[in-house]
Design a protein around this ligand. Structure first.
Ligand SMILES: C[S@@+](CC[C@H](N)C(=O)[O-])C[C@H]1O[C@@H](n2cnc3c(N)ncnc32)[C@H](O)[C@@H]1O
Length: 327
């Protein structure tokens, strides 16, 4: 299907319409000044179990320019990748303007941002205000769809990189390093918890001067030190530090064998700061659970919190990433 032949989000046919299409049709009608669309729109929104998720879902299923829609539609039609990367669950700037609440699941962060609730209240406030509230919501949803399409531009390179030795979190960490540092060639790099060593070996292959430290490494390699990164002397400072699936708060709290309860403590941020060179980037990628510290904790420890500009391919709602820059 060509871009111009793509259907718009809304079908106008309520008998077969998806919830997103019904919502989109009602929103567009109200934004166009048809006041009678307000009641069905509010009814649909009130029925949504998670308002922010319903609105971001509306954005990625219905909003956006023809080229954004073409890219998003192709992604959503892909059975594997649309599950790995459900586009409605991302840290969109519109919904989370400044604060990457990476200590929360994405669903909770979206809800706590108040973005969706503020739109609902504006729509509810009065019939007179309904049209301008609908236009404001429509404009936010358009921005989210464009951002989603922009994120997808990174996906082919990420997909191409995922191999038997590199899994998705490791690819995310690598791509973030490259985006933020412009490559790893000649950089002093530390990986905390390399375990089987796939990411570490890839960073060495890319020309990084890389060291790994692991409580129980599963690869014998001259660049991998056995020990706790909190206490072991390391050849820092490092320009890039990565940890994938290491600071998973809930797994640490459960005391799983590969976790150390101290991994949840402020000592982690303090130690990362000690090991980082000025201007260094620290990237943490989690698969199941949020990062176990807040943005404020990171700032207090001397880091700037950077916005992630990659699609976060995690387990739908739980896993989170954070990229920190040492001041
Ligand atoms: C779940 S595995 C993740 C391995 C690898 N990074 C990956 O993404 O496949 C966590 C690893 O972190 C290591 N680890 C956890 N806490 C650590 C610490 N404080 N210092 C060094 N290694 C640690 C564990 O020994 C384990 O190998």
């Amino acid at each position: 299907m060509t871009e111009s032949a793509l259907p718009p989000g809304g079908t106008g046919d309520d008998s077969e319409a998806s919830p997103e299409s019904r919502l989109w049709d009602a929103l567009q009608a109200l934004a166009a000044g048809r006041a009678e669309a307000r009641a069905p729109l509010l009814e649909e929104l009130a029925a949504a179990p998670h308002l922010a998720s319903a609105l971001t879902s509306l954005a990625v299923h219905c909003a956006g320019s023809p080229s954004a829609r073409a890219r998003i539609a192709a992604h959503l039609a892909d059975p594997k990748w649309s599950i790995w990367l459900p586009l409605h669950l991302q840290e969109y700037r519109t919904a989370l303007p400044a604060d990457a609440r990476f200590h929360q699941t994405l669903m909770d962060a979206l809800a706590d941002s108040g973005w969706a609730q503020a739109h609902l209240q504006a729509l509810q406030s009065s019939a007179d205000a309904g049209v301008s509230a609908a236009r404001a919501l429509e404009s936010d949803l358009e921005a989210i769809a464009e951002e989603a399409a922009g994120l997808l531009s990174h996906l082919p390179a990420m997909r191409a990189r995922i191999t038997s030795t590199l899994h998705v979190l490791q690819v995310q960490a690598l791509m973030r390093a490259e985006l933020l540092l412009g490559g790893l060639q000649g950089r002093k790099v530390l990986e905390v918890g390399p375990q089987e060593g796939g990411l570490l070996l890839e960073m060495i292959r890319l020309g990084a001067d890389a060291t790994g430290i692991d409580l129980g490494p599963q690869l014998q390699h001259p660049r991998i030190i056995t020990g706790d990164f909190l206490h072991t002397e390391l050849p820092g400072p490092f320009e890039f530090i990565a940890a994938t699936a290491v600071f998973e708060s809930s797994s640490c709290a459960r005391g799983e064998p590969d976790s150390d309860a101290r991994n949840n403590s402020p000592a982690v941020l303090k130690r990362l700061h000690e090991l980082a060179a000025p201007g260094a980037i620290v990237v943490l990628e989690n698969v199941m659970f949020p990062i176990p510290f807040t943005r404020e904790d990171a700032e207090r420890a001397g880091f700037e919190v950077l916005r992630s500009r990659l699609p976060a391919i995690n387990l739908r709602t739980g896993g989170r990433s954070c990229a920190l820059k040492r001041a």
